[in-house]
Design a protein around this ligand. Structure first.
Ligand code: RIB
Ligand code: CA
Length: 311
């Protein structure tokens, strides 16, 4: 069976790093387009370079937008990922260099060169994808699958706006553009992420048994785990890793619902919320294939392999 062919938009970010390790362990990666989000674009680009060095990969890196499409973000996620996005470990300056091509143009070029081949995996605020769509609205026709980590389908979000999840809440206008432009996308939300957290002790065992990738991940994950522990979150939570697992092997999905999903842009208390028409009352196009559950054992096996754990 041929390996999945992935094009990844990401804001590394600790859980983005695990997802990118998974992508390189299980698939072919056409490129990393980098967004601002967890931390500023300078950090997220540098972190992508650090990952490409660690993997000794030839994966091209494309820097994207430094800000959301319209309104300045209300918060980043440095309180989870560290000021530099990688646990403030202080890695040496990476060797891998970003390409000159902006992310939005790279997304368009790579899908033109390989129409229908690439699965687009969106692990960050959707600014780069939205810009690409504004430049070339035919982008969805050339994308085999779009898998988005984002949203909170019953309003249990993780930002200062209770129902909003970070990737959507950071750039709601971009998410609106993407949700309206793609006739179908797979949505892996924050609530599914929490249901698929890993047991702490088990994850510790993986980090001890793994190779240099495990040691790297162990060095950057501390701030995120400390935050989760002190904020009532159970286990090792890896939103982007779950979305990446679905992108690599959609057969691990065991429960899903297709519904019309929209993004709230104006609510004083709800801006950035993903609004799901669960009862189908509005008659809007059913754009989202919402992932509700995956096979946890197969998800765990994919993560272990990405960390170099010999099972
Ligand atoms: O809400 C989780 C998402 O926001 C993940 O992509 C994480 O990396 C952060 O960007
Ligand atoms: Ca991310």
């Amino acid at each position: 069976m041929t390996k999945p062919q992935l094009l990844i938009d990401t804001d590394p970010g600790v859980d983005d790093a695990l997802a990118i390790l998974m992508a390189h362990a299980h698939a072919d990666v056409a490129g990393l387009s980098i967004a601002a989000g967890n931390v500023g674009l300078g950090h997220t680009v540098r972190n992508a370079r650090t990952l490409v060095d660690l993997l000794d990969a030839a994966t091209p890196i494309f820097a994207g937008c430094a800000t959301p499409l319209v309104r300045a973000p209300e918060e980043d996620a440095a309180f989870v990922h560290g000021q530099d996005g990688f646990g403030d470990v202080g890695f040496a300056s990476p060797r891998a260099m970003p390409a000159d091509e902006p992310a939005a143009l790279a997304l368009l070029r790579l899908t033109r060169e390989r129409p229908g081949e690439l699965t687009l995996v969106a692990l960050a605020p959707l600014t780069n994808l939205a810009l690409a769509l504004r430049i070339d609205p035919s982008l969805p026709e050339r994308v085999a699958r779009l898998v988005i980590m984002g949203g909170a389908v019953t309003g249990h979000g993780n930002t200062g706006k209770v129902p909003a999840e970070f990737n959507i809440g950071f750039d709601p206008e971009a998410a609106h553009v993407v949700f309206e432009a793609f006739p179908q996308f797979e949505l892996v939300d924050w609530e599914a992420t929490l249901r698929h957290a890993f047991d702490d002790a088990e994850f510790e065992d993986w980090l001890k048994a793994g190779d240099q990738r495990a040691k790297f991940y162990d060095s950057i994950v501390g701030t995120a785990r400390a935050y989760n522990l002190t904020h009532g979150r159970q286990g090792v939570i890896a939103a982007d890793a779950l979305a990446m697992a679905v992108a690599i092997d959609p057969s691990i999905v065991t429960r899903r619902e297709k519904r019309a999903v929209s993004v709230e842009l104006d609510g004083r208390l709800t801006r950035g919320a993903t609004v799901v028409d669960w009862a189908g009352r509005l008659g809007r196009p059913i754009n989202a294939d919402i992932v509700l559950e995956v096979d946890q054992a197969r998800f765990a096996a994919m993560v272990r392999r990405a960390l170099g754990v010999v099972v």
